[in-house]
Design a protein. Structure first.
Length: 217
């Protein structure tokens, strides 16, 4: 089976990423932090030797990713009016590459174990979809074996209802759904402190982010 990992990635520009961490961090620090999260996510995914697809934003910033040329990555700009459309279009692009299953992740959960991605692919052998719930009510991973636009419609994105509404959409489509363990996103100052503690104990979880914390203490 041909598998793909899709990363939904935003180019880390000051003032446009991780804004909910201000004023705990300034705009430049937010961009540096987001850059580390992105790099750790790419390394985590690339080491699994599946086809790697990065759906990036903004569309004019493809050049930012030139330095990742050591990895065999397919790039596609994010397209859509909301996050749901952007995610569906990224999945649609992946399946157009003749893959059999795809796991999509973001960059906001840098410490979730790499084995969760492998577990998601394993679940897809007997399920149609997999969700990894995040503690804020969203999800850090979604995996699909088939394209259904309805999965991403009428969902309140970035809300406590995102996970439940997406899961319900999957069930309404008559698809078999499996779940991964719950994990946490890093969006708010409290999340940042939690991440710092976790990486102090085990920097290998997200090496570039751990190093950034060390350099900015």
């Amino acid at each position: 089976m041909k598998k793909a990992i899709i990363i939904m990635a935003k180019v880390p520009e000051a003032g446009k990423v991780k804004t909910r961490l201000q004023p705990f961090l300034n705009a430049e620090e937010c961009a540096e932090f987001a850059d580390c999260l992105l790099r750790d996510t790419i390394e985590k995914a690339a080491s699994l030797q599946n086809q790697l697809i990065i759906a990036y934003s903004p569309s004019e910033r493809l050049g930012f990713f030139d330095e990742f040329s050591q990895h065999k990555i397919i790039f596609v700009p994010q397209k859509g009016a909301d996050l749901g459309e952007k995610m569906f279009n990224a999945f649609n692009f992946a399946f157009e590459q003749k893959i059999d299953s795809a796991v999509m992740i973001g960059t906001d959960s840098p410490t979730f174990p790499q084995k969760f991605i492998e577990k998601a692919f394993k679940f897809l052998e007997n399920s149609d979809a997999v969700l990894g719930e995040s503690e804020d009510g969203g999800y850090y991973l979604i995996a699909l074996k088939r394209r259904r636009k309805e999965i991403f419609e009428n969902v309140e994105w970035s809300s406590p209802e995102t996970f439940n509404q997406t899961a319900e959409n999957i069930r309404k489509c008559g698809l078999k759904l499996s779940f991964l363990s719950k994990w946490y996103d890093v969006d708010l100052p409290g999340d940042l402190e939690r991440l710092k503690k976790d990486l102090r104990k085990n920097p290998k979880l997200a090496p570039k982010t751990a190093k950034w914390f060390q350099e900015n203490e």
